[in-house]
Design a protein around this ligand. Structure first.
Ligand code: PBG
Length: 325
């Protein structure tokens, strides 16, 4: 059978019909909202390259969390900007560190909101690299204990999921065994499995005040040209105990999301990063693109490629728009 018996347009005639046969659905439960927390009180420092986002103090963070939950968003991803940075990123694993304070405050007010924490040293080191530096290079093995200590301190404060993003070899295994040793065998690891050395992180580095002070991150993050390597990286993280695997950035790497989902079948998270967000905002400001339409189209595409979890700075807007449809 073919035309005129088959007419694909029949199912596109009305919005209700289109909705009925839609293959990929977006809903607020798949969204994770990244938030930036800094010391102080009543602080709200807008991030210029990420309109609508700000570095906020813990009291303001609680408002953000309440608003997110009221829109149906059930998870936040926390990044900390510490009072002081040093070569080993001490605030990252301090009991009274900025993230540890933030986690406790959220858990006290909103125990049901899922807290995912970024486990990486770059916001906490004065040199801005994701690990400790020896002889001008990031020392992989010396960094593992610090990342493990950071993950444990997040779990002690009440984090629901830890998300290592430093791209150190062996970090998932080191974190898994440290969590298990401390009695946190129920805390899942969301591994930044395929994290590329991307130009799309630009606005984030302003937001987190974490640009590397020398060199760049190409010695530990992945080459954008490589796909098979992403599968290998993911496989290693799975072997080391990752519960959820992440691909980052999202939109320029839809093929990677697809391959990772097909190959491993684990829950896949995709990080729709700061530069992806900034591009939409800039074009929308100029009136060149319809922000709402583009945002929902992009998030749908990332889901369609195989992502179950969407980490996105558009989470609140998207949740609002989805409720209106
Ligand atoms: C590293 C980290 C980065 C992002 C999340 N975790 C920055 C980097 O690797 O340079 C980027 C997120 C974004 O651009 O939105 N801790």
């Amino acid at each position: 059978m073919s035309f005129p018996d088959i007419r694909p347009r029949r199912l596109r005639r009305t919005e209700a019909l289109r909705h009925l046969v839609r293959e990929t659905r977006l809903s607020p439960e798949c969204l994770v909202l990244p938030l930036f927390v800094r010391p102080g009180e009543k602080v709200r420092r807008p991030i210029v390259s990420m309109p609508g986002h700000a570095q906020v103090s813990v009291d303001e963070l609680l408002k953000e969390c309440r608003e997110a939950a009221s829109l149906g968003i059930q998870a936040v991803l926390l990044f900390g900007i510490p009072l002081a940075k040093d070569p080993v990123g001490s605030d990252a694993y301090a009991e009274a560190g900025i993230i540890q304070q933030a986690i406790r405050a959220i858990k006290d007010k909103q125990p049901d909101l899922l807290i995912v924490t970024d486990v990486c040293l770059c916001e906490y080191t004065d040199h801005g690299h994701c690990g400790v530096v020896h002889d001008g290079a990031v020392d992989n093995d010396a960094t593992l204990d610090l990342l493990a200590a950071m993950a444990v301190s997040h779990a002690q404060a009440g984090a629901d999921i830890v998300a290592p993003s430093a791209m150190m070899d062996g970090q998932v295994g080191a974190i898994r065994s440290a969590l298990d040793d401390e009695g946190f065998e129920q805390v899942p690891v969301m591994a930044y499995a395929a994290k590329y050395a991307s130009g799309f992180y630009g606005p984030f580095r302003d937001a987190a005040e974490s640009p590397p002070q020398f060199g760049d991150r190409r010695g530990y993050q992945m080459d954008p040209a490589n796909a098979l390597e992403a599968l290998r990286e993911t496989e290693l993280d799975v072997i080391e105990g990752a519960d959820i695997v992440m691909v980052k950035p999202a939109l320029p790497y839809l093929d990677i999301i697809w391959r990772v989902k097909e190959r491993f079948g684990l829950p896949v998270a995709a990080y729709n990063v700061s530069g992806e967000f900034a591009m939409i905002k800039a074009a929308a400001e100029k009136g060149w693109l319809d922000e709402r339409r583009i945002t929902l189209e992009i998030l749908t595409a990332i889901r369609r490629a195989g992502a179950d979890i969407l980490i996105t700075y558009s989470a609140k807007d998207a949740a609002r728009w989805l409720a209106e449809r």
